[in-house]
Design a protein. Structure first.
Length: 386
């Protein structure tokens, strides 16, 4: 990278030199015109005094004073405007410091001791959004507009909607990546906006998210699955075997010493997703969010991941932002988002009973797959009633 860094440095020097040359050129442009203005004033005063001195009868001392002042005026005017332009340029640094010092401060990391938060919280994973409004900046429209829904413990909920409908904004507000404007988000009876970020995101049995781009830590598989070394090797190996990691059954605990490169470059996208899933199995969270986590994998891997979610997270409240509708057709509930609002909420089979509904429109838009999706929803509904 030495050659690239050298080229970048020279390019930045050229940009700085160009800006400085323009600044100095503007100063000289202004200075020349101020000197011309001062010379013109001196010349006009001299003409007036020479031509009209006999009729005006001006005192010689006053004439000397006026001529001396007109000569100094040009220099004073030049000095004033040049210092003014330099001060305006230098004041930019103060403006930047002021902008930096007035940035919004992130909420407290630790929970106020007076909150008396139970050390075992959360215990069940009951989640409730109550008229939640959120926007990313004050000058932007609401990304979530009075969103309300309630998920009992252990519920599997699929979140669907068109691009820009507010699906990812739900997870951003849930993990307090962006603070909500109004409303409340309750997890096991505790308002997430009232506690510290360490308890919102950091509890081992709390909330976890598997993003669309899986993240792995450099080191060994053991470090990747358990960065803080709080679990035993048997639990880590069990998680790897649950996701059918290559070599986990044949090599046993030796597989935990396998090297993981930065970002998991030595694994495919599907394998990285499965390792993220294994990490969640180890942590046993009460709430697990999948933000289009299977969008970059093939349908076979997607089907296996969904099977794992059904078998290994039976007591976990699951929120899945779906890229493929077949992923969530057998879920307990479906939340349909549209323009930041929760327009439909309920079991998939019930939502499909409304032929004019948004969810029915999304299913029908899949074309030939629509009939199969409806069969899956109806079959799941009959199993639930049974």
């Amino acid at each position: 990278m030495e050659r690239k860094f050298g080229a970048d440095f020279r390019q930045n020097v050229d940009k700085n030199s160009s800006a400085m040359l323009n600044f100095l050129s503007a100063q000289r442009w202004l200075g020349l015109r101020i000197e011309v203005l001062g010379s013109s004033i001196t010349f006009m005063l001299s003409i007036i005094i020479v031509c009209a001195n006999e009729s005006l009868g001006i005192d010689p001392g006053l004439i000397g004073f006026v001529l001396q002042w007109s000569v100094v005026f040009a220099a004073a005017l030049n000095f004033f405007f040049l210092r003014l332009s330099e001060s305006e340029a230098k004041i930019t640094s103060i403006e930047r410091i002021h902008q930096t010092s007035t940035l919004p401060i992130e909420p407290a990391w630790e929970t106020d001791p007076s909150a008396l938060l139970d050390p075992s919280w959360p215990t069940t994973g009951a989640l409730e959004f109550d008229h939640v409004c959120m926007r990313y900046r004050k000058d932007l429209p609401l990304s979530l507009d009075s969103v309300s829904f309630k998920l009992p413990p252990g519920t599997r909920c699929g979140i669907v909607g068109r691009t820009g409908s507010g699906k990812t904004s739900l997870t951003a507000s849930l993990f307090r990546l962006v603070e909500i404007e109004s409303g409340s988000i309750m997890l096991d009876g505790v308002d997430l906006t009232k506690i510290g970020l360490s308890d919102v995101r950091g509890r081992s049995n709390g909330m976890r998210i598997i993003p669309q781009d899986p993240v792995l830590f450099a080191g060994t598989l053991r470090d990747c699955l358990d960065p803080f070394q709080t679990k035993d090797d048997d639990k880590l190996l069990g998680a790897l075997q649950a996701v059918n990691h290559r070599g986990a059954k044949e090599r046993g605990k030796e597989v935990l010493n396998d090297k993981v490169e930065e970002g998991g470059r030595n694994y495919s996208v599907g394998e990285r997703q499965l390792l993220c899933l294994a990490r969640s199995i180890v942590e046993e969270p009460r709430v697990l969010c999948l933000d289009e986590a299977t969008a970059s994998v093939d349908s076979t891997t997607d089907a296996f991941i969904q099977t794992m979610l059904r078998t290994s997270f039976r007591e976990t409240t699951l929120l899945t932002i779906a890229h493929r509708l077949e992923t969530i057709m057998d879920y307990d509930l479906v939340l349909v988002m549209d323009e930041g609002c929760a327009v439909e909420f309920g079991p998939p089979s019930e939502l499909l009973e409304d032929p004019t509904g948004v969810f029915s429109g999304l299913v029908d838009a899949t074309g030939e797959s629509a009939a199969d999706l409806r069969k899956i929803a109806n079959a799941t509904s009959r199993m639930g009633h049974g």
